[in-house]
Design a protein around this ligand. Structure first.
Ligand SMILES: *Cc1c(COP(=O)(O)O)cnc(C)c1O
Length: 237
């Protein structure tokens, strides 16, 4: 067995154990294997172990992987900062964009999705901890952004995503996850996140996914704990 296989099995069983511990159904929690900066062969190893959902942060790198793996069941979520001028490529490549954080980007995605005659599941990335170094809409601006994006017919709003400020205190991180869930609930009550699908909350990475499961994550994004340390950028941008 490869290290990737062993890591994936460990995480899958830990997701089930953690879900059980906190009274959650493990099938409500999907693992996004964050393969950014890892090779196609690492992705293929993960696929041999049953993983089909991957997270990518760099458009050019993701496009290359998409080409190489087009004959496989691999599907990709975009989780990085998306430049507006890359919206066209993004519209074609991903099954979900987890990091929509501004109207200009949403409008550009809408335009390209119309041309492609398709729609796209999206999450709104919220800068829940008001971290100056992080992307994401501020919590108090989320409602206005959702009202605008709701008018864009090709974008299917499924929930919220966040990367909390770095902290070594898990309970501090948990507080940010609770804030995201609370914000999501309020947006759902205002019917800005449609109720026809369960709301997605994408939160939790290698260091804090167990606490994220406790706080209600439906998507957890794990890279290092599956693939090991990331090599340097393959294709910057
Ligand atoms: C890289 C990345 C991850 C994965 O982080 P790990 O600590 O390697 O698990 C998760 N989410 C986002 C948005 C990322 O960019």
């Amino acid at each position: 067995m490869t290290a990737i296989t062993t890591n994936l099995q460990k995480i899958q069983s830990n997701i089930a154990i953690t879900a059980g511990k906190y009274g959650r159904d493990p099938s409500d929690i999907r693992l996004v294997a964050v393969s950014k900066r890892h090779s196609d062969s690492s992705i293929l190893e993960a696929m041999a172990a049953g993983q089909t959902l991957f997270g990518e942060s760099y458009i050019q790198e993701a496009a290359e992987k998409h080409r190489q793996l087009s004959e496989t069941p691999a599907e990709f979520h975009f989780i990085g900062h998306l430049q507006t001028n890359k919206a066209k490529i993004a519209a074609a490549l991903f099954t979900m964009i987890e990091s929509v954080d501004r109207y200009k980007l949403a409008k550009e995605l809408q335009k390209h999705l119309e041309k492609l005659n398709k729609s796209m599941k999206i999450l709104i990335q919220v800068n829940i901890g008001r971290d100056a170094n992080k992307s994401g809409v501020l919590p108090e601006e989320t409602e206005d952004l959702l009202r605008q994006i709701k008018q864009l017919s090709r974008l299917q709003i499924r929930g919220l995503m966040t990367i909390p400020p770095y902290s070594t205190e898990l309970e501090e991180t948990a507080g940010y996850f609770r804030d995201l869930k609370e914000l999501g609930k309020i947006m759902q009550e205002k019917q800005l996140i449609p109720a026809d699908h369960p709301m997605e909350l994408s939160m939790g990475m290698s260091q804090d996914y167990e606490i994220a499961i406790r706080e209600g994550a439906t998507l957890i994004r794990i890279g290092t704990a599956i693939f090991g340390e990331r090599p340097p950028l393959l294709h910057p941008g």
